[in-house]
Design a protein around this ligand. Structure first.
Ligand code: CP
Length: 310
């Protein structure tokens, strides 16, 4: 079975069988990462470009390493050091990369929908590495991969997502992906950081962390975007931490073997205490390794013949 899509822009319409294919391909890639050489020729002759209009450590580096481990020609463009600074539009930048024979463009952009627009105008496969407050599909895939490695399944699990849901593209992609895979999602945030009508997506919403994490198999923290505090969404970081921070006390409400996750970067002592982030139940560091495996799998699947966008 081949992956049928040209691009990966969202998890909203990715079917269960396709997610399973990505996760099983990633499992093979994870084995390769554990081998001494880490090198395959799967992407020999392919060229991969990361085009980032926002900062990143994990996503950008894992795509670059994934490309190199698979023998692709890999290049990076930071908007701050490119002709974007001279006024070049996103589409002109994309067409320029296309004319250089780029096979995959991985884009992060502050505007929701920018990867979708780009995908309509280039021949290259486009991967959304985070667009505004919309989606971050590869993060959700690596999260699901990490959960499945520990729990053996996704079906029937309860995943509690705690934090700034309003501005979180990670939460949105996880809601779509986890639902497709049969997991239950509970969201917890201060009322000012919870979008309206989230129940319509089939999730339960809470304002008390203890209720949200009750019986959870996974507790996932979200980064508090400190810049948002100026918008007046919560009074102070200290207060946020007191009422919504993930800590060992609150984890007692989850299952005893519940996983602690966070997409990173972490604000230690704000959305999660160091005790919780570094404890045995935490798989935060493992998520980073999963990120390389999942992105290797996606690059492999998307550079085979595809026909439509997701
Ligand atoms: N989780 C995540 O997207 O991290 P970066 O911003 O470092 O890529």
């Amino acid at each position: 079975m081949a992956f049928k899509h040209k691009d990966l822009l969202s998890l909203r319409d990715v079917e269960r069988e396709e997610i399973e294919m990505i996760l099983s391909t990633a499992a093979s890639m994870r084995q390769l990462l554990d081998s001494p050489t880490k090198k395959t020729a799967h992407l020999q002759g392919k060229s991969i470009v990361t085009l980032f209009y926002e900062n990143s450590t994990r996503t950008r580096m894992s795509f670059e390493l994934a490309s190199k481990y698979m023998s692709a020609a890999a290049a990076n463009i930071s908007a701050s050091a490119s002709s974007v600074q001279k006024g070049e539009t996103l589409l002109d930048t994309g067409r320029t990369l296309d004319r250089m024979g780029t096979d995959v463009i991985i884009i992060r952009h502050p505007m929701s929908g920018a990867p979708h627009l780009l995908a309509q105008h280039v021949n290259a496969a486009v991967i959304n590495a985070g667009d505004g407050i919309n989606e971050h599909p590869t993060q959700a895939l690596l999260d699901m991969f990490t959960i499945k490695r520990h729990k053996g399944r996704l079906d029937g699990l309860k995943v509690a997502i705690v934090g700034d849901v309003l501005h979180s593209r990670v939460a949105r992609s996880n809601i779509f992906g986890l639902h497709t895979m049969g997991a239950e999602v509970a969201l917890c945030a201060p009322p000012t950081l919870m979008p309206a009508q989230m129940e319509e997506l089939g999730v339960k919403t809470y304002t008390r962390v203890e209720e949200a994490v009750e019986g959870a198999d996974v507790v996932m923290g979200l980064r508090i975007q400190k810049e948002r505090q100026e918008e007046g969404n919560f009074p102070s970081l200290r207060e946020y931490s007191e009422f919504f921070g993930i800590n060992e006390e609150r984890m007692k409400y989850a299952k005893p073997d519940a996983l602690i996750m966070h997409p990173g970067p972490i604000n230690r002592g704000v959305e999660i205490t160091s005790d919780a982030a570094d404890c045995e139940q935490s798989v935060i560091n493992e998520q980073v390794t999963s990120g390389v495996a999942v992105r290797m799998a996606l690059l492999y699947l998307l550079t085979r013949k595809g026909v439509q966008s997701v």
